[in-house]
Write a protein of this length. Structure first.
Length: 1059
């Protein structure tokens, strides 16, 4: 560390000096300037080429001082990258030629002598090194005398050589001489004194006198901070050294805080390179990793690698730790291709070549989809383990290789590897289970389904009884594989009823286990697996239920299918939340949230330790015992949260899905109908609910349906052709034919009478479909403005699931916490719904958003708010907004490089690291903290997820009662006109979906002279999401009229009697 620090200082000082040369041949000066830039950017090899070229030109011009200066810079560069032979050759050349050309008394000769001595010192030739260092000192004393700052530099060289030789007394003597000389010549407060204190600290560190080393580093830190400023890189360097020693002294929390401060100081300096900067970045990356903040952890781990790579002395033994940690972080983030690259780098060093690193490298390649590369890597792993004579690593390598070969349909070779694992006397239980699971997969691939089912069943029984870490997760995997295999047999008409029933039993058990897993502190990689596995589970489960219904017409199977569809939507929303870092939440006690996060992160850290300790059987038991303890504490925290913060608990961990009977009762209260959709790869399932009951319709996702849906989305999204008049007939025929076709496919059972509420729960690609643009019929000679669109006849309300709809109704009835704002959000096709950075609103902007500018500014003025304008404004512009209702526009911004980079964060604290997130408490003065992420999603027309559902759900749970969202990018004046009509009606009606229906009707009524503007592109983009409005109360007869009627009857009776 001492050598690297001093060498880096020399590189920086030398590179700075290159710009300070007096008039020299201009071409040589240009090479020097390029070299200076390359040194600062870490391109040492490139700088050497430039410096050698400059030296050649100076030599030809007989500019000797500049020539020898370049040679000494080349020596520095070779030393920094560990090329000792080249450094020795160049230093000798500079030393003897400078004496020959300039005489013995020149400082370039002294510099060359010290660098040559450093080569000898690193080679272990300490006596020779001391001899040459003293030669350099003698040259300088001849030039400057004994009292000059460069004499102190020579003393430092000699002291370092003494320390390298183990002569600490000599080193201490010369370091002390250097300090006294600097104090006498420069004063007690000069920044150069920090160099002496740093050197003394390094000496005491080598002596393992940690308290005294800490004192010296503390003094160096205070001098640097007071004289150069607290943000100077020297202050960061001293902080990093103090943190290192405090960790050795057991002051872990203090060390972590100092590493954090040092890393944040280094981060503000783009040229912060070298071992100390790298270590500070690395330590902060570990802190963030352990806190579950994967994005920040990954960024600082990358900075650590970069700082070490671009700094002097690229020590491969440091690199392996940094690459290993970066790979582990990327594995948990799902960046498997990048993780594989970094694990490969970690394996390049002697210490990095370990069983866990090989295993992670192979797994990362497999998960990245590079199956052939993973097989090659597993073979390399196996050969390495044989060479190391490491039986545990060999068993792991064979298991991985066998599983990969089977996955690649090389069944025979894979089974051969796995058989060797099963026959080994010392194979641990968990490895036996992995091998057996792969053998079951081999049977399934070969068509031996009954054998595969027996294998899966046996595995499930063993995992159910096991106490191993992760047993419940592997139990789930075995049952899921068994159920899917039963389905395969059923669809082949092989004992269909038996296999369907067996599959349903397996899926029901998986569903119960999944509830337990989601309420467990699972590691990220298992959560990521479950995100995909739950889709597979519920797709097969719904198909199985429908198959059983076809067999015996029992309606209970349809109810079960609806349950599974709700579960899938529920976990699809919850699992991404569980992958995010810990966050605060309204109405949840902070103490309990901290308790939940603490125990979850503890289990995840232990899991990582256990995973890396699989090759050390003796330590796994103690880790598992500690994991069980932390898991128990986590379950206790969840139990308390369920009692004290039920809303938070339901959001994050889900509740019991709404039953069909309960949903029908809710619809009776609302006088509404409901369509709930579920799409898998083969079918679209439509659950149609009325106040009388429900029906299930299945539509095959054939090419005709897929093409029609895709074409309609494109037509609506892109709009009609530019020449509306010339192409109106063609556009009308094409658009309306698809609108009618989709109406009859997607709305079977005939919707309830017009005017009532109609709940729509789309899924998959249907989340982007504007149902309001569908029509039951379209006359051949009609026009866009005269069609009976669904959105003109029904009060349409969108929601993510029937269970979420029930929860919203219950919360609204309970008068839950309400936010003082409404949100109006606009999305763009190629940009996720998120608020990261800022977007300049300009009336001259050619972007589609410019159409909304005037309206946004108008409403902001009326509501006492402002519009977010420009990147420099950031969220600070919102901090003085009054607590009135405002319009929130989520502007179109590109998603970050990873999912964690793209969100709006609701928080009660300011952002300490960056200022590009909008904090709603600051913006709207919400009295209670709310922390939720708006998750990014895939692009429109994807079969998986849309952007608006997680956005809407996040806003709803943060207190927003309703949401209006525009689905596509291309907008124009009609869209703005419709929005203004909606806003005006909402003030009068207080209803989001109802106001939107009325706005559509009025908009259409204005199109008598421009019917082409009735194309759904212009008005069907808006989507209302939120709590449904209560139905209007039934008309009651005032008491006055009842009394009058009774009196009238009495009077009539009296008159009759008189007659």
């Amino acid at each position: 560390m001492r050598i690297l620090y001093f060498t880096f200082a020399l590189l920086l000082s030398g590179s700075a000096a290159l710009w300070c040369q007096p008039s020299v041949p201009p071409v040589a000066a240009q090479y020097q300037n390029r070299a200076a830039s390359q040194l600062l950017n870490g391109d040492i090899e490139g700088a050497i080429v430039q410096l050698e070229t400059a030296a050649f030109l100076y030599e030809a011009a007989e500019q000797w001082e500049y020539y020898f200066s370049c040679l000494n810079q080349v020596t520095n560069a070779y030393l920094s990258i560990g090329k000792m032979d080249e450094a020795k050759r160049t230093a000798k050349k500079a030393l003897w030629q400078s004496i020959q050309r300039l005489g013995r008394d020149n400082d370039e000769a002294a510099k060359a002598a010290h660098r040559l001595a450093e080569v000898y010192s690193r080679a272990g030739r300490h006596a020779k090194a001391m001899e040459v260092h003293k030669m350099g000192l003698m040259i300088r004393e001849s030039i400057y005398g004994s009292r000059h700052v460069l004499i102190a530099v020579s003393y430092d060289w000699i002291a370092r050589a003494g320390a390298a030789a183990g002569d600490y007394s000599l080193a201490a003597d010369y370091y002390a001489r250097a300090m006294r000389l600097r104090k006498d010549l420069q004063g007690e407060e000069h920044p150069d004194l920090a160099i002496s204190y740093t050197n003394l600290g390094s000496l005491e560190l080598a002596r393992e006198n940690y308290p005294q080393a800490l004192v010296h580093y503390q003094t160096a830190y205070e001098i640097g901070r007071n004289r150069l400023g607290e943000n100077h890189p020297n202050a960061a360097s001293a902080l990093s050294s103090m943190a290192y020693i405090n960790r050795l002294l057991g002051e872990v929390e203090l060390a972590e805080r100092q590493y954090r401060e040092a890393a944040l100081l280094y981060r503000n300096n783009p040229d912060a390179n070298g071992e100390q900067a790298a270590e500070a970045f690395y330590e902060l990356a570990l802190q963030y990793f352990n806190d579950g903040k994967l994005n920040a952890a990954g960024n600082f781990a990358k900075r650590a690698v970069r700082a070490l790579a671009f700094g002097p002395g690229q020590n491969p033994e440091y690199f392996h730790r940094y690459y290993q940690t970066l790979g582990a972080i990327q594995m948990e983030m799902g960046e498997y291709e990048e993780a594989a690259i970094n694990f490969r780098h970690a394996l390049d060093s002697k210490r990095g070549a370990s069983g866990p690193n090989y295993q992670q490298w192979v797994e990362a390649l497999r998960l990245s989809g590079s199956l052939s590369a993973a097989i090659d890597a597993a073979s390399t792993f196996l050969e390495w383990s044989k060479g190391e004579q490491n039986p545990s690593a060999m068993l792991n390598a064979r298991t991985q290789l066998g599983s990969l070969l089977i996955e690649n349909s090389q069944i025979e070779e894979g089974v051969q590897q796995l058989t060797a694992v099963l026959n080994h006397a010392n194979t641990p239980f968990w490895l036996l289970q992995e091998a057996n699971f792969s053998l079951a997969e081999a049977s399934r691939r070969e068509g031996a389904y009954e054998q595969a089912i027996q294998n899966y069943k046996q595995l499930a029984v063993e995992w159910e009884q096991s106490r191993h870490a992760g047993a419940l997760f592997f139990y789930f995997k075995a049952l899921l594989a068994m159920g899917v295999t039963h389905c395969t047999l059923a669809w082949q008409d092989r004992n269909t009823l038996y296999n369907l029933e067996a599959a349903l039993n397996a899926f029901q058990a998986c569903d119960k286990i999944l509830v337990r897993l989601i309420r467990s502190p699972l590691p990220s990689e298992q959560l990521t697996f479950l995100l995909g596995a739950q889709t597979q589970l519920y797709n097969h489960a719904i198909k199985t239920c429908y198959g059983l219904y076809q067999q015996n017409q029992e309606k209970s199977y349809l109810e079960e299918a609806f349950y599974f569809s709700e579960r899938s939507k529920q976990w699809g929303a919850r699992l991404p939340l569980l992958l995010l870092p810990p966050a605060s939440f309204a109405q949840a006690p902070k103490k309990l949230l901290n308790k939940e996060a603490t125990h979850k992160l503890a289990v995840q850290r232990l899991f990582r330790t256990l995973k890396n300790s699989r090759f050390q059987a003796e330590v796994t038991d103690s880790i598992q015992n500690e994991m069980e303890k932390q898991e128990g504490a986590y379950r206790e925290a969840l139990a308390e949260l369920e009692q004290q913060a039920p809303r938070y608990y339901r959001l994050k961990f889900g509740g019991e899905p709404v039953s069909p009977q309960a949903l029908v009762a809710l619809l009776q209260q609302q006088s509404a109908s409901l369509y709930s959709y579920y799409i898998d790869e083969e079918n679209l399932y439509i659950f149609y609910f009325t106040t009388d009951g429900f029906q299930l319709f299945r539509r095959p996702m054939d090419e005709t349906f897929r093409t029609g849906l895709h074409t309609f989305l494109q037509v609506i999204h892109n709009g009609p052709e530019e020449n509306l008049e010339g192409s109106s007939d063609e556009a009308y025929q094409k658009t309306t034919a698809l609108a009618v076709q989709l109406y009859h496919k997607l709305l079977p059972g005939k919707p309830a009478p017009a005017g009532e509420q109609l709940f729509l729960l789309p899924h998959g690609r249907l989340q982007w479909l504007p149902f309001e643009a569908l029509a039951p019929a379209a006359p051949a000679g009609g026009n866009f403005a005269s069609l009976p669109y669904l959105g003109l006849s029904y009060n349409l309300v969108y929601h993510s699931s029937a269970t979420a709809l029930r929860d919203a109704l219950e919360q609204g009835a309970a008068g839950a916490y309400e936010s003082p704002f409404e949100a109006f959000v606009w999305t763009e096709q190629n940009n996720q719904v998120a608020m990261k950075g800022a977007y300049t609103l300009n009336s001259n902007d050619s972007s589609p958003l410019a159409f909304f500018l005037a309206l946004a500014q108008k409403w902001a003025t009326e509501k006492g708010g402002q519009v977010w304008e420009g990147a420099m404004a950031r969220e600070a512009i919102f901090r003085e907004l009054p607590p009135a209702e405002v319009v929130l526009l989520a502007l179109p911004v590109r998603a970050g490089s990873s999912s964690g980079d793209t969100f709006v964060y609701f928080s009660d604290t300011a952002d300490s690291l960056s200022d590009n997130r909008l904090y709603l408490k600051e913006a709207y003065r919400i009295k209670k903290p709310a922390a939720l992420y708006i998750l990014p999603s895939v692009l429109p027309q994807s079969m998986s997820h849309s952007a608006w559902q997680p956005l809407a759900e996040a806003l709803e749970y943060s207190g927003c009662q309703s949401l209006l969202l525009h689905r596509w990018a291309t907008t124009g004046q009609p869209s703005t006109e419709l929005l203004e009509l909606f806003l005006n009606r909402r003030i009068a009606m207080g209803s989001t979906s109802g106001s939107l229906m009325e706005a559509r009707r009025e908009y259409m009524s204005r199109l008598a002279n421009r019917p082409e503007m009735g194309h759904p592109h212009f008005w069907a983009g808006y989507l209302a999401y939120g709590t449904p409005e209560a139905p209007p109360p039934s008309a009651s007869i005032p008491r006055f009229w009842i009394i009058a009627a009774v009196a009238g009857l009495i009077l009539i009776g009296w008159l009759v009697r008189l007659n």
